[in-house]
Design a protein. Structure first.
Length: 403
């Protein structure tokens, strides 16, 4: 089975996370060590390690809302992780969708320029899957309107835009250490890093740190991460099976509770620190695998690899399917070839046309070889060829059925 790859963990990360989770969750020493480590990489000077990347965003939005209470709008990409949208709404603000470019999935600077106003509190510029967003033009629009700029580099630890690390270019920036990111901290709250460049924001945030919840990071949370995100090569995550059982017996599937901002836990901080020495190898490995996909995917008729460029780092591999392809049926078909996939982010702004091509994520993990990538692309080509023969949405049960 070729799985997606949620975390590039080995024994050092496992050992560090489990040992740290058995100590008190308060991470004051780990917080300092993590801040020092990222400052040595070129981040900073004002850093705050937190329990989640979205916690960093929430602290920034809450602080700026107190500083500019008359502003209520937040501009963000119309293709983005749902947690970004929910964080904006939980802060009592109104998310405004900005169109993204078809070739790199990043928000269009010219759209920001035309949509920004004196009601705009913030612009969240996301470097989607590690592709640098054109920040300079967006920053000019923010300066003109008085909005703050958040440099969201959740997927891009260690990646630069020119001489500047992604995440360091706005009034504030953020990194994420949750599953499927460059560096992963494990547990339910894998961690994140808030980078603050604006002195007014810095004062407002640090003056209100006492309101944050205590860190978690218990052994059971690390174990849950291992079972759900590190064993996916051998079986589906346990949460998939428990969800299926609940639905089969008519039991409600409990919604995940909303997690508020907190400092990073000892467990997550220790796992990140254990993984940082391997950061160059992780970046090089993902660039190499993305390059293999870049060689093979263009050979598949009707398929697009929008972010594929020689030498480009990508945290995930997303392809745009030919129009009329039913993505979920294609996923089922690819599973029969031993290939697991994941759908792209949902249409939170409800602006896409029903017939618009869908995005699907392909496996990306450091252990993959070029033959593994060829197997994924071969399975994809075979099933899309079946679709091209006329097995469309209306005949969904036959996709990949072997008829």
């Amino acid at each position: 089975m070729i799985s997606l790859g949620y975390a590039e963990w080995g024994w050092p990360e496992l050992r560090a996370a489990f040992l740290a989770s058995m100590r008190p969750a308060d991470a004051s020493s780990s917080t300092r060590l993590l801040s020092d480590a990222f400052q040595s990489l070129g981040y900073g000077p004002c850093l705050l390690p937190l329990n989640l990347g979205r916690s960093a965003l929430r602290l920034v939005l809450d602080a700026q809302r107190r500083l500019a209470p008359q502003r209520r709008l937040v501009l963000l990409p119309d293709y983005v992780c749902p947690s970004v949208v929910s964080t904006v709404r939980l802060a009592g603000l109104e998310p405004v969708p900005v169109p993204v470019a078809a070739d790199d999935l990043n928000m269009l600077p010219e759209a920001v320029s035309s949509m920004i106003s004196h009601e705009t509190l913030a612009v969240i510029a996301v470097s989607m899957y590690g592709v640098p967003v054109p920040l300079e033009e967006i920053a000019a629009s923010c300066r003109r309107s008085g909005a703050i700029l958040v440099d969201d580099a959740a997927h891009a630890v260690g990646i630069r835009r020119g001489d500047l690390l992604l995440g360091c270019g706005g009034d504030a920036g953020l990194l994420s250490f949750n599953q499927s990111k460059t560096i992963t901290g494990g547990s339910i709250e894998g961690g994140g890093l808030l980078i603050i460049n604006n002195p007014a924001l810095q004062k407002e945030i640090f003056d209100n740190l006492h309101r944050m919840a205590r860190a978690t990071g218990r052994p059971v949370e690390v174990l849950s991460f291992v079972l759900n995100h590190l064993c996916d090569r051998f079986a589906y995550p346990p949460e998939v099976y428990t969800g299926q059982l609940r639905r089969r017996f008519g039991l409600p599937v409990p919604a995940r509770p909303e997690i508020g901002p907190a400092l990073i836990s000892n467990a997550a901080a220790s796992a990140v620190l254990a993984q940082l020495p391997r950061l160059p190898a992780i970046l090089d490995g993902r660039i190499r695998i993305a390059g293999w996909y870049g060689e093979l995917l263009p050979r598949i008729e009707g398929l697009e690899f929008p972010q594929g460029r020689p030498g480009r780092y990508l945290s995930r591999i997303l392809v745009r399917l030919p129009p009329g392809t039913e993505a979920k049926a294609l996923q089922d078909a690819l599973r029969t070839h031993g290939v697991r996939t994941r759908l792209g982010y949902p249409d939170w702004a409800r602006q896409r046309k029903p017939e618009a091509p869908e995005l699907i994520e392909l496996p990306m993990r450091l252990a993959m070889s070029k033959p593994d990538v060829a197997k994924v692309c071969g399975a994809l080509a075979k099933e899309l060829a079946r679709v091209a023969q006329g097995w469309r949405t209306e005949r969904r049960p036959r996709v990949g059925s072997g008829e």
